[in-house]
Design a protein around this ligand. Structure first.
Ligand code: MRU
Length: 350
C-alpha cells in the first residue's frame, strides 16, 4: 500500500502564479497550466480544467489574489473598485457549487479591511493558502469520521470524482474511501464512469489505481443490478451544494443512485466540508442547476457520436432529497438522517 495518500494535488501556487493540473487531459496526459490573470482562471473553471466543488473554491480564492495584483498595478489606491469586474467574472464561471461563492465572499470580506495605499496581494495570498490548507485538513477529518461509519470489509460505490482532484487534496468521498481502505473497513470500490464528462472513468479510477485501492469501473446504468446482488454496502458521494434541510446537489445521476440505494437497502453517505453548505437556501429546489452544452452529450472527447443536430439535455447536477440520505459527513461532525432539525447541530459549529 502506498502510504502517501496525499500525493495527488491539483492546485499549486508556485513562483507567484497559479498552476492547475489540466483535468481534461487526465489520465492520458499530466499537463500543468499556469495562470497570472483572474479572467483566465474564471475560464479555466468554466471549461473544467479544474472541477469539483472544493477545488473550484480554492482556485477562485487564488483567482482573487491575481485580480488584486492586476487591480493594484492598474488602479493603485483605487484597487478595491477595480476588483468588482474580475470578481463578478469569477463568480459567473459555474453556478451550482456554492464553494465558489463562499471562497469569493471570504476573500472579499478580507480585502474590504485592507488599506488603499498598500499592495493587497500578500494579505490575500495568505488567506487563499489558508482556504487551501483548511480544505485538505477538513478532508482528513471527514475521512476518519466517514470511515468510522463503515463496517469491516465493506464494498462501496462512488459516482463522479470527489477525490484529491476535486478538492485541495485527499478528497471528500474518496477521502473516506482512502481512510476506509487503510482502516480495513472498505475492501472494494465500484466507480461509475459518470457520463458525459467521464470523471469516474478518467479521474476516480486513476486516483484509486494510484493508491492501490481495488477499483472496478462500471457504466452508471449497472448500479441497480450491482445492488440487487446484495454485495454493496454503501454509496459514497460528494456534494456541490447542501441546503439547510440537508438536500444535496451533486453530479447528475446521484439522485438515481439514492433511490436505488433506498430500494435495495444500501446506505447512502454524502461527504462535504461545511463550505459546501448553503444555509441561505432552505431546500434543494432553489439550487441553480447548471445546464451545459449539448455537445458534451452528443460527442465524446470531440468525436461526434449522436446524429448531427439531435437535441440533447445536459444538466450537470441533480438534487437528492435529504430523506434518501443516511449520513452527511462534514469536518464539523456527522449528521445522521439529515433534516432541517438535525442539520442545526452543524450550523452552530460551522
Ligand atoms: O462537474 P464537476 O466535475 O465539477 O462535478 C463534480 C461533482 O459533482 C462532485 O461530486 C462534487 O463537486 C464534490 S467534489 C469533492
Amino acid at each position: 500500500l502506498d502510504k502517501n495518500l496525499d500525493a495527488i494535488q491539483p492546485i499549486f501556487w508556485r513562483e507567484n502564479q497559479l498552476e492547475l493540473l489540466d483535468q481534461r487531459a487526465l489520465p492520458q496526459q499530466e499537463i500543468w497550466l499556469k495562470y497570472n490573470d483572474s479572467d483566465a482562471v474564471a475560464t479555466a473553471i468554466t471549461e473544467m480544467v479544474v472541477r469539483g466543488a472544493p477545488a473550484i473554491g480554492v482556485t477562485a480564492a487564488y483567482g482573487v489574489v491575481l485580480a488584486a495584483r492586476t487591480a493594484w498595478q492598474s488602479a493603485q489606491q483605487n484597487w478595491q473598485q477595480a476588483m468588482a469586474e474580475p470578481l463578478a467574472k469569477l463568480a459567473d464561471s459555474r453556478p451550482t457549487a456554492v464553494n465558489l461563492f463562499w471562497a469569493i465572499e471570504r476573500m472579499t470580506a478580507l480585502y474590504k479591511t485592507l488599506a488603499n495605499d498598500v499592495s493587497p496581494e500578500n494579505a490575500l495570498l495568505i488567506e487563499a493558502k489558508k482556504i487551501h490548507d483548511e480544505d485538505i485538513a477538513a478532508n482528513h477529518v471527514m475521512g476518519h469520521l466517514g470511515s468510522e461509519l463503515i463496517d469491516k470489509n465493506s464494498v462501496v460505490l462512488t459516482h463522479c470524482n470527489a477525490g484529491a482532484l476535486a478538492t485541495g487534496g485527499f478528497g471528500t468521498a474518496l477521502g473516506v474511501i482512502r481512510q476506509g481502505y487503510a482502516d480495513g473497513n472498505i475492501q472494494h470500490v465500484y466507480a461509475d464512469e459518470t457520463r458525459p464528462w467521464l470523471q469516474g472513468a478518467r479521474l476516480t479510477a486513476w486516483e484509486l489505481q494510484h493508491d492501490n485501492i481495488p477499483v472496478t469501473l462500471q457504466a452508471e446504468g449497472a448500479a441497480a443490478s450491482l445492488m440487487a446482488t446484495g454485495q454493496l454496502d454503501w454509496v459514497i458521494v460528494g456534494a456541490d451544494r447542501i441546503t439547510a434541510n440537508g438536500d444535496v446537489a451533486n453530479k447528475v445521476g446521484t439522485y438515481m443512485l439514492a433511490i436505488l440505494a433506498k430500494y435495495h437497502d444500501v446506505k447512502m453517505m454524502v461527504v462535504a466540508p461545511t463550505s459546501t453548505i448553503d444555509w441561505q437556501l432552505e431546500d434543494g429546489k432553489d439550487i441553480p442547476i447548471e445546464q451545459r452544452s449539448e455537445k458534451e452529450v452528443t460527442t465524446i472527447q470531440g468525436q461526434q457520436i449522436a446524429p448531427e443536430g439531435v437535441a440533447a439535455s445536459n444538466p450537470a447536477f441533480d438534487v437528492t432529497p435529504a430523506d434518501l440520505i443516511d449520513a452527511i459527513v462534514t469536518e464539523a461532525g456527522v449528521i445522521v438522517s439529515p433534516s432541517l432539525e438535525t442539520m442545526k447541530k452543524i450550523k452552530r459549529k460551522a
